[in-house]
Design a protein around this ligand. Structure first.
Ligand SMILES: NC(=O)C1=CN([C@@H]2O[C@H](COP(=O)(O)OP(=O)(O)OC[C@H]3O[C@@H](n4cnc5c(N)ncnc54)[C@H](O)[C@@H]3O)[C@@H](O)[C@H]2O)C=CC1
Ligand SMILES: O=C(O)C(=O)COP(=O)(O)O
Length: 530
């Protein structure tokens, strides 16, 4: 039974697939402090949050069973991604569910700014009929600068177009083609701050976007411009904005998000009549809350049930076409890594993976994670998974090198894993996926072989002399170890050779010692592939 903790207010209807699932129990406990969360998180497999819960490294460390943190929304800046990745916890978000809702909020804020709606309302309900203080401006024919043309920014631009606005847009990923389709003009940040009558920001908060609108930008703005932030507090420098309002450069500002949430009671925005504020309501509609909760619940279930999932933010996204091509190789890759690690005696310094054939022209990143997981599982056991395998390799100072071979090497596809360990030790295991036959190991070191990578195996290196196979068979028979299949490989008659036996059960350590002590045998190593 999986246990999930919901620590922020999330739509009940949206999480129904979790509450209805027979293998899941859901606890809702909102408003907990960090210490309170640390005290209880150890019993949960999944954590669902919005933006109020700050998921700190301390909480993540205490989440001994935690496999997934789901964000019912877009921004994951309240979740410590590094700590989650280190622990192998998948962090997922729901990137599409609140796009329109947040765009509509930004648009509503822009219209409220243009027509002083909150200020006029506040005065009208006091009984004062004040028409002259609230002369507004039209949006039509004004220039709107959009910083960040992702999901929300693009939707804002579409609506602004319908209002007859001219749009200048900046986003490092905005192509000429997309700009043309959206009928926006690509501009620099400098063009936008100098020419826009309205500016709206729709970027995440990153080191690059922090204070991207600050004193130098306000200084060159058009007098009387208006500015909206429904993205993240800190993209616009709050103190610089207050100065620009006081200096008469900015006529009004509308903020849904703050550098610190909630803002302190004496925050200058809260007493400035030219600033409209809302308490991070961008995503707060019935529809959006249901959408994000449905999306995140679905992926949380997939993750807990070890099924394929999408929207992970701590592993790079992969196109479905690439994923379809790679998926059949995941277990083979992991087994090759595991096999190679089990026959390596020294401390591993480098993992060199080579892909040939069909795999040489795809981005193999997801597959690389499985191979590295296979290698590291020998030392890290169940603590390594595909989320943290690359991270663990890095922190363990194991270098990962991935190469693509130009030739097919006789196979339609071939994965070769070479481990380089202390003392110059090198081990190579290569495998392929044969249509109709499944996974095969086709090379061990310099020896060509043909083995199905599964179950308990014994790898023996020996000198190619008569009688060795008989001796091995006799010893295993006496030890009650049944041989299911056997492969021998050699390059030259009488030279170095290997023998790979598939046996029906675990091989006792003393049997391996006795095998290695037989005449002409150099080493005997058990390899377990499950
Ligand atoms: N107020 C609220 O309740 C909500 C706020 N948000 C916030 O809105 C923001 C945007 O959300 P989406 O559009 O869904 O995300 P998105 O990922 O679709 O779009 C973000 C865009 O920002 C661009 N960008 C990144 N760095 C940039 C830079 N230095 N300059 C210009 N553009 C840059 C990216 O290329 C991307 O196109 C996020 O920060 C999100 O957290 C989202 C939903 C609700
Ligand atoms: O989705 C986002 O990024 C948001 O900022 C929405 O935040 P919320 O879920 O309303 O706390």
């Amino acid at each position: 039974m999986f246990k999930i903790l919901v620590s922020d207010p999330i739509s009940d209807l949206g999480i129904q697939q979790l509450t209805d699932a027979s293998d899941v129990t859901v606890d809702k406990k909102t408003g907990l402090s960090e210490d309170e969360l640390v005290a209880i998180i150890g019993e949960y497999d999944g954590l669902l949050v919005r933006s109020q819960t700050t998921v700190t490294p301390k909480i993540i460390e205490a989440g001994a069973k935690l496999k997934v943190i789901g964000r019912a929304g877009v921004g994951v800046d309240n979740i410590n991604l590094e700590a989650a990745t280190k622990r192998g916890i998948v962090v997922i978000n729901a990137p599409d569910g609140n796009t329109i809702t947040t765009c509509e909020h930004a648009f509503a804020m822009m219209m409220a700014l243009a027509r002083h709606i909150p200020q006029a309302y506040a005065k009208t309900i006091t009984g004062v009929w004040d028409k002259k203080s609230y002369l507004g401006v039209e949006l039509r024919n004004k220039t709107l600068g959009v910083l960040g043309m992702g999901r929300i920014g693009s939707e804002v631009a579409k609506r602004a177009k319908a209002f007859g606005m001219n749009i200048l847009a900046y986003d490092p990923f905005l192509t000429e083609d997309r700009a043309e389709k959206l009928e926006v003009k690509i501009a620099t940040v400098d063009d936008i701050v100098r020419n826009a009558d309205f500016i709206t920001v729709h970027t995440p908060l990153t080191p690059q976007t922090k204070h991207m609108i600050s004193r130098p930008q306000f200084e060159v703005m058009k007098k009387g411009m208006r500015i909206v932030n429904c993205a993240r507090g800190g993209v616009i420098d709050e103190m610089a904005l207050v100065e620009a309002l006081d200096a008469g450069i900015v006529a009004g500002a509308a903020f849904d998000v703050f550098e610190k949430e909630p803002p302190q009671a004496d925050h200058p925005f809260l007493s400035n009549p030219k600033i409209i504020v809302t308490p991070h309501l961008g995503a707060s509609t019935v529809e959006a809350q249901e959408n994000v909760a449905i999306d995140v619940s679905e992926q949380v279930l997939h993750i807990l049930r070890s099924e394929p999932f999408i929207n992970a933010v701590n592993i790079p996204p992969v196109a479905p076409s690439v994923m379809n091509k790679l998926q059949p190789y995941f277990t083979l890759g992991e087994k090759l890594g595991s096999f190679a690690a089990q026959i390596t005696h020294g401390a591993i310094k480098e993992i060199v993976v080579e892909f040939a054939g069909d795999l040489a022209d795809v981005d193999t990143q997801p597959l690389n994670r499985y191979i590295v997981k296979g290698v590291l599982s020998r030392h890290f056991g169940g603590d390594v998974n595909i989320i943290n395998s690359m991270h663990l390799a890095k922190t363990s100072e194991v270098n990962v090198v991935v190469t693509k071979a130009s030739k097919t090497k006789g196979f339609t596809n071939l994965i070769s894993v070479k481990l380089i360990a202390d003392g110059g030790e090198e081990r190579v295991v290569a495998g392929t996926l044969l249509q109709g036959y499944g996974e095969r190991i086709v090379q061990l070191g310099k020896f060509p072989v043909d083995i199905s990578p599964e179950g308990h195996q014994i790898l023996i290196s020996h000198n190619d002399k008569p009688g060795i196979i008989g001796n091995v068979g006799t010893l295993l028979g006496q030890s009650d170890v049944n041989i299911a299949s056997m492969q021998v490989g050699r390059i030259v008659v009488g030279g170095e050779a290997i023998m790979l036996l598939t046996v029906d059960k675990e091989v006792p350590a003393e049997v391996l010692v006795k095998l290695a002590a037989l005449a002409e045998i150099n080493t005997a190593t058990e390899v377990v592939l499950v």
